[in-house]
Design a protein around this ligand. Structure first.
Ligand code: FAD
Length: 434
């Protein structure tokens, strides 16, 4: 006989673990399928984890979650080949009793989260791939076929938490596969250094940490960014750009990462480190307009599979956890009212998303992805060069009168973009940011 659960969750990343935990904790029978050897074995993230969204699921997570450093300083850099112009924010207010942002290592963090899911009562099957969704004669999803022997399992509802590729959902025609200009390909290395070296180089102590996020000529005119995140005894160093830009430019992610690491502002931070891991992964960056249908009869889609990622603020895991929680809460409500898992009933889930920061933020930046993509050469090449040159001229004291220096700077901007271009870019940016 085919086994039946209240709910099947496909995927044990941030969104799947959040959904499975909330469902199991509320007493539903949950089967979670993960194709990796263990939860986290396939997952890649920078990674900054946002505490409030985890706290809403596991309030006392700080007691035993594997957290690396809490962030007290953020550095935003605009780079050209030899310089960076930075805006740094550092505050002792971030040294609070319950810090707001932490760096984590996903392989360890996901293992911990998965243990919590099991302890809550879910059945977690790793090394098990969901191959296809099963539908009844009326088009409602009623289960999943896995790669295990006799591997058909039924459920009232399937939570698709399968990450950015989302093959299961797209194969079933629930949504189109992500477009090349809606996903970034990011590569990341882990650079190991003694904790004292990290603390001295980044001017932190204890568990304090720093984030460096960089845009500019490092992405060669493509829409993208680089980053350095401090963990306890290693640095996460990576860079990512839109897949369509890689295809157009012929650049390789590996080539960009090597150039990023060799940049005079990055090289001293990682000098002498031992590289132990290299990973590549996609990030959904299509924003609000790329979000697919979020539920149907017998299914919901959460996290990266639903393109829920705020590329402007580099937030993904928090949207993933929140969407997993909202989906689980909607399912629990429907179940406790003994209603059916129809699209109309499951619509509580997208409604909760729309009422929350998740869709409000994505909606706010809905025009940003297209703006950055169509103007990538200006925003990621021309302006970073102009800004670096302007700063160099501004700061160099060589006897040139200041009025002449300023005129030279303004003239460089005018020459590169013209008055119309400058005002047009500022206007488009302000409108897309509204
Ligand atoms: P995932 O974490 O990708 O999990 C999906 C899971 O589903 C995987 O474990 C996979 O093995 C499993 N799976 C897929 N298909 C099947 C199947 N058919 N059967 C069984 N299992 C399946 N976000 C932040 O908030 N902060 C950051 O600093 C940050 N940095 C990032 C840096 C990089 C380089 C990348 C790539 C992403 C970053 N993100 C960051 C985004 C963040 O990682 C994602 O938004 C988040 O992991 C999404 O969680 P998810 O559960 O939806 O998907």
């Amino acid at each position: 006989m085919v086994e039946k659960f209240d709910c099947i969750v496909v995927g044990a990343g941030m969104s799947g673990n959040a959904a499975a935990y909330v469902l199991a904790k509320r007493g539903l029978s949950v089967l979670q399928l993960e194709r990796g050897e263990y939860s986290g074995s396939k997952n890649v993230q920078g990674a900054i984890m946002y505490a409030d969204m985890l706290e809403a699921i596991i309030p006392d997570f700080r007691e035993d979650a594997p957290l690396e450093r809490h962030l007290i300083e953020q550095r935003f850099w605009m780079m050209n080949g030899s310089a960076h112009t930075g805006m740094h924010y550092r505050s002792d207010a971030f040294n609070e009793a319950k810090p707001n942002r932490y760096t984590i290592l996903r392989s360890q963090f996901d293992k911990w989260f998965s243990r919590k899911v099991r302890e809550a009562g879910a059945l977690v099957l790793t090394e098990t791939t969901a191959l296809e969704l099963i539908f009844d004669a009326y088009g409602a999803c009623v289960g999943v076929r896995t790669d295990r022997e006799g591997g058909i399992v039924h459920a009232d509802v399937v939570v698709l938490a399968e990450g950015v590729n989302g093959l299961l959902g797209s194969r079933a025609g629930l949504r189109a596969p992500p477009k090349a200009d809606h996903v970034a390909l990011a590569v990341k290395e882990m650079h190991f250094l003694p904790a004292e070296t990290i603390e001295a180089r980044f001017n932190v102590k204890g568990d304090e940490g720093v984030v460096v996020e960089a845009v500019g000529t490092i992405s060669g005119g493509m829409t993208g960014m680089g980053f350095v995140y401090t963990n306890k005894e290693c640095l996460s160093v990576g860079i990512g750009c839109l897949v369509s830009d890689f295809a157009r430019s012929g650049e390789t992610p590996h080539g960009l990462l090597e150039a990023f690491k060799a940049h005079p502002s990055i090289k001293p931070l990682i000098e002498g480190s031992e590289v132990k891991e290299y990973a590549a992964h996609l990030i959904p960056e299509g924003g609000y307009k790329a979000v697919p249908q979020l539920c149907g009869d017998g299914w919901v889609v959460v996290g990266d599979a639903a393109q829920l990622n705020n590329a402007i603020h580099r937030e993904g895991s928090n949207l993933a956890m929140t969407s997993g929680r909202f989906a689980a809460e909607a399912i629990f409500q429907i179940k406790s009212r003994r209603e059916k898992m129809t699209k109309d009933n499951l619509a509580r889930y997208p409604k909760a998303l729309h009422d929350s920061f998740v869709m409000k933020d994505l909606r706010k930046y809905r025009d940003m992805p297209a703006l950055l993509h169509t103007n990538s050469r200006n925003f990621f090449l021309t302006y970073p060069e102009l800004v670096a040159k302007a700063m160099e001229n501004f700061l160099r004291v060589d006897g040139t009168p200041k009025r002449e220096t300023e005129a030279k700077i303004f003239s460089a901007f005018r020459k590169a973009r013209g008055f119309t271009g400058l005002f047009g870019d500022a206007f488009k940016l302000a409108r897309a940011w509204r």
